[in-house]
Design a protein around this ligand. Structure first.
Ligand code: UDP
Ligand code: MG
Length: 338
């Protein structure tokens, strides 16, 4: 293998294409993924690098990345000091990628490597962003399908930024679009939204999603909910405004009921009975009030996260020292150039 690698490796310092792959406990998948990628990338006739980002794995993922790197130096590794979550791991990889075009994909082979050829074709046509959307969803759970559809409909409605359901973090970004995205310093960067937001001519490729090769999904329900809320709260203030609407409706209702009470006292001379109904209304309104206080608190918390300006991830180790890393954003405990 090494002789073919040497022949097809003209510019390792500056690969044309970077593939960024976040991995959390994916030891069963990396070597198979590398083999498939190697085949596809070989046929593309361009220089490339693969950057695996170990997002705080507790299994052999980092050892596997090391072995792949020793076998083929075009495989590079970035190890985060703990689990920072998929989006931040992705960001760490994008930050370290040096290619003119950068593709991000999952480590579990759900994003088929052969689709890379189509992404690169679109890029060569001049598209700065090439997105993908899943069509054959038989390998996606019914729960995920339904929640994703509802969520993106809600997201698009609230934010005015149109995201289709079935769009994953499998996409190609041209260097120009990527550099723009790396300028965004927000803590809860919602890449799927930002990619739409930055604009540029873009193209969409449809692909059949495979089933996960090995291991379990790393997106627990808790992570999914957090991700969903981060997305909405970083793009929309509408949830805050719902409070105003409900406030207006409930005060009009209160006004009407006071008016009714006065009229019935004057006309019929009777006081309004109904202690139970007043208690019900009061507790309902208090409930609504607390919900909106909580929403307010959430946004306040997000503001605090942004104001603190903490780094979004910490790199503990690297399997190469890239030249054009966005150093401002990155804390590197020890850079281990191999
Ligand atoms: N992942 C990660 N950090 C996390 C969660 C996930 O790096 O905290 C990676 C994971 O290893 C995979 C990708 O993100 O490469 C997508 O995760 P997964 O396949 O578990 O999600 P699903 O496809 O089930 O939505
Ligand atoms: Mg997956």
């Amino acid at each position: 293998m090494s002789s073919t690698i040497t022949n097809t490796m003209p510019a390792i310092e500056h690969p044309t294409l970077s593939i960024v792959i976040p991995a959390l406990n994916e030891q069963g998948n990396l070597s198979k993924l590398y083999m498939e990628l190697n085949g596809v990338l070989f046929s593309l006739d361009m220089s490339w690098e693969i950057i695996f980002v170990d997002d705080g794995s507790t299994d052999n993922t980092w050892n596997d990345i090391n072995s792949l790197h020793n076998e083929d130096p075009r495989v590079r590794g970035v190890r985060l000091s703990r689990n920072f979550g998929h989006q931040h791991a992705l960001l760490a990889g994008l930050n370290n990628a040096v290619g003119d075009a950068v593709i991000s994909m999952d480590a579990d082979l759900q994003h088929p490597p052969e689709v890379i050829t189509l992404l690169v074709d679109e890029w060569r046509k001049g598209y700065k962003i090439v997105k993908t959307v899943r069509i054959d969803e038989q390998n996606i759970s019914a729960f995920k399908k339904v929640t994703s559809k509802l969520y993106y409909r809600l997201f698009s409605y609230l934010s005015g930024v149109d995201i289709q359901s079935g769009m994953a973090d499998f996409r190609l970004l041209d260097r120009q679009a990527l550099d723009d995205i790396l300028q965004f310093k927000e803590e809860g960067l919602f890449l799927r939204g930002i990619v739409q937001w930055v604009g540029y001519p873009s193209s969409i490729i449809k692909f059949n999603c495979r089933s996960r090769l090995s291991g379990q999904t790393k997106y627990t329900l808790r992570k999914m909910l957090k991700f969903a809320w981060h997305g909405i709260s970083s793009f929309s203030l509408v949830p805050l405004r719902i409070g105003i609407l409900i406030g207006l409706i409930s005060s009009s209702l209160a006004f009407v009921s006071v008016f009714y009470a006065i009229i019935s006292k004057l006309v019929m001379g009777s006081a309004v009975p109904g202690w139970a109904s007043s208690v019900a209304i009061i507790s309902f309104l208090f409930g609504v009030l607390f919900v909106f206080l909580a929403i307010l608190g959430e946004y306040l918390g997000r503001i605090m996260e942004e104001v603190r300006g903490r780094p979004r991830f910490i790199v503990s180790e690297k399997l190469y020292a890239a030249k054009s890393v966005n150093a401002e954003d990155e804390i590197t405990a020890s850079a281990n150039s191999a």
